[in-house]
Design a protein around this ligand. Structure first.
Ligand SMILES: [Zn+2]
Ligand SMILES: [Zn+2]
Length: 246
């Protein structure tokens, strides 16, 4: 409690970006991504054994180099990249962004995601988010994927298109569903207007979302982008559920 009062007092004196975005410890601006050294150690970076298609971490490398889901599913995107494995710290961070009105966190995550895209040598022509159902977006006040995509587009200095894809209806929460159920859950949920073809024909699109789980949502969106004429689709997420081989 005393610490909380102390932190709120500090908040009056200094801008709030001097706190670790995960644990709230005061830090100074030498620390990248506004994470303190302790929390940086807790983040499980997805940079060891990863799927050659979707980019999620795997426990062990498979013969094909693919995770169990990519080995079995259609993937319309050319390659996926993620920054971290979806564990306790990552869930906490995303939860704050999605449900606790901490929209400023998107800036920090986007910095990491953009760095990953640059490090991979990718040069997309434009950036677009996985869309949220408009009514839901109005209720929440923002679509976290749009915030991430907008900020990434600024970092990469590429055009940002918020509405290439439209989510025509809301979907029940995906947690607890298996891959087949998730796929069914997003069938017919997204659409792209005719004018989209003019913008993305022959272009490389960077599709942005916060989390990658089985990839059913990103698959549905990538498929539409390809059908609308995109030459390549790359996907970038902040975190992805680790492949356990099941
Ligand atoms: Zn921290
Ligand atoms: Zn994969």
């Amino acid at each position: 409690m005393i610490m909380e009062i102390w932190f709120s007092l500090l908040d009056l004196i200094y801008p709030s970006n001097i706190y670790c975005i995960n644990c709230g410890r005061p830090i100074d601006d030498r620390f990248p991504y506004s994470l303190c050294p302790v929390c940086v150690r807790h983040i499980r970076w997805a940079n060891k054994i990863t799927c050659d298609c979707c980019g999620k971490s795997m426990l062990a490398r498979s013969d094909l180099g693919l995770c169990s889901q990519c080995a079995e599913s259609q993937r319309s995107f050319d390659r996926g990249y993620t920054c971290a494995d979806y564990g306790i710290t990552e869930r906490n961070l995303i939860h704050q962004l999605k449900y606790q009105d901490k929209d400023y966190l998107a800036e920090h995550f986007a910095e990491l995601m953009a760095e990953r895209i640059v490090a991979e040598g990718l040069d997309p022509d434009l950036v677009t988010p996985v869309p949220m159902y408009k009514k839901k977006e109005r209720r929440r006040g923002y679509n976290q994927a749009s915030l991430l995509a907008k900020s990434i587009s600024r970092h990469l200095n590429k055009p940002y298109y918020p509405d290439l894809l439209i989510r025509v209806c809301d979907t029940p929460p995906m947690s607890g569903l298996n891959a087949a159920q998730r796929k069914k859950n997003v069938e017919g949920v997204f659409t792209a207007a005719k004018w989209v073809q003019k913008i993305i024909y022959g272009k490389t699109v960077l599709l942005v979302d916060d989390i990658f789980t089985t990839g059913s949502t990103t698959e549905a969106c990538s498929k539409l982008l390809k059908e609308s004429g995109a030459y390549q689709v790359y996907v970038v997420t902040f975190a992805a559920g680790m492949d356990t081989g099941q």
